[in-house]
Design a protein around this ligand. Structure first.
Ligand SMILES: Cc1cc2nc3c(=O)[nH]c(=O)nc-3n(C[C@H](O)[C@H](O)[C@H](O)COP(=O)(O)O)c2cc1C
Length: 224
């Protein structure tokens, strides 16, 4: 496996920001240690081809999410998705207008919900599950990676129309927290987007590896 992955022929514009040029520019994602290419190939486009996703592929995404780990295996996630045009229109209204502008072309819109409470001991009410959001995040990542294996792209959106999105989805905030919307589909051409979004339509870089982990407690002379 090569250490630098060239992400195929770039569907994004040539670099406009000189800071992004160089070995970590927008055409390449360069890992600092060996990783499976799927981690580099997953990125969040805003340009989608509005063609339907076969039900078999959709099922496969949720199946991947199903196998995510969770505290006490409670699996607190729930995905609600819309592909039929009437449902999609409704789901679209749950997004912040800035996201709605581009997500409208994604053939599938989904929301990831976390069931925030667990049944309490006998005779008591539900108790908060402190791990619910963490676990749901793991399920999202499983879905996002499986999407890449199928040649699909995903884009998570925390920008939602709150609190209206709860009634759109028919869920109660006492039972669920709506974490993100997710646009799913095949990524399209960057120039199908308005110019401001087209300029941002490329895989992003990351902090250096040394900035995100170290050996030993913070402040000790760890070696990464
Ligand atoms: C929890 C979460 C919320 C996000 N919310 C938005 C959003 O509201 N709108 C948007 O365009 N992108 C959103 N993103 C996408 C991030 O901006 C993107 O994942 C990040 O810049 C890294 O880029 P990459 O996913 O292409 O690697 C969100 C991502 C996550 C994980």
């Amino acid at each position: 496996m090569s250490d630098t992955l060239v992400l195929g022929s770039p569907p994004w514009p040539e670099p406009v920001d000189p800071l992004r040029k160089g070995p970590r520019n927008q055409l390449l994602r360069s890992p600092e240690a060996r990783v499976h290419p799927v981690f580099l190939e997953r990125w969040s486009p805003r340009s989608f081809i509005p063609e339907p996703i076969p039900p078999k592929e959709l099922r496969s995404l949720f199946e991947a999410a199903r196998w995510a780990p969770s505290a006490n295996n409670v699996q607190p996630w729930l995905f609600l998705y819309a592909q039929r045009s009437e449902d999609r229109q409704r789901f679209l209204e749950g997004l912040h207008p800035r996201n709605r502008a581009w997500a409208a072309r994604a053939p599938v819109l989904a929301y990831l919900l976390a069931r925030t409470h667990l049944p309490g001991p006998e005779g008591t009410g539900p108790v908060p599950n402190p791990n619910a959001r963490f676990d749901a995040g793991a399920a999202w990542m499983a879905l996002a990676l499986q999407a890449r294996f199928l040649g699909l792209s995903t884009h998570a959106m925390g920008g939602l129309e709150r609190p209206g999105v709860y009634s759109i989805l028919g869920v109660s905030p006492e039972e669920f927290e709506i974490l993100v919307g997710i646009a799913i589909g095949r990524s399209g051409d960057w120039d199908a987007l308005p110019p401001d979004l087209a300029a941002r339509e490329h895989p992003s870089s990351r902090k250096p590896l040394s900035a995100i982990y170290q050996e030993g407690p913070l402040g000790s002379a760890g070696t990464g």
